[in-house]
Design a protein around this ligand. Structure first.
Ligand code: SF4
Ligand code: SF4
Length: 124
């Protein structure tokens, strides 16, 4: 019995000096590889409303919706991120390279309705 208690104490002490196996997220972040595909980002100033991204998306993640700009109403991509599989087809087909996959993996939501992201909120 005493041996078991001593053994537990030794293991607990050893654990206290061990490097943590998890990161203190979000203060510390995992480094991602160069080809990591994360959250999409849109530059609404260079989007030409061609819809190529919406047409090529295999999961129908992208829906073209109206947004108000200084030059009037324009169609821009709205994302339904719960359907995105990060294939990169939309980025590849975009003629102005205004829609890109970023390295951001921090976009969890508690309600799946919040995965519908307006073009204005993808900008920047
Ligand atoms: S990365 Fe692929 S699945 Fe996601 S929006 Fe683009 S084309 Fe669709
Ligand atoms: S994001 Fe690119 S592919 Fe999609 S509508 Fe705009 S310009 Fe076209």
């Amino acid at each position: 019995m005493a041996f078991k208690a001593l053994n537990s104490l030794v293991r607990a002490a050893a654990q206290a000096f061990k490097k943590p196996s998890t990161l203190e997220f979000p203060e510390k972040r995992e480094l991602v590889t160069d080809n990591f595909r994360g959250m999409l980002k849109l530059d609404i100033n260079t989007c030409i409303s061609c819809s190529a991204c919406a047409r090529i998306c295999p999961n129908k993640t992208i829906e073209m919706v109206d947004i108000e700009t200084e030059k009037g109403t324009k169609k821009m991509p709205e994302l339904h991120m719960e359907r995105c599989m990060f294939c990169g087809d939309c980025e590849e087909v975009c003629p102005t390279k205004c829609l890109i996959l970023t390295k951001n993996y921090d976009f969890e939501r508690f309600d799946k309705r919040e995965f519908v992201i307006r073009p204005e909120d993808l900008d920047g």
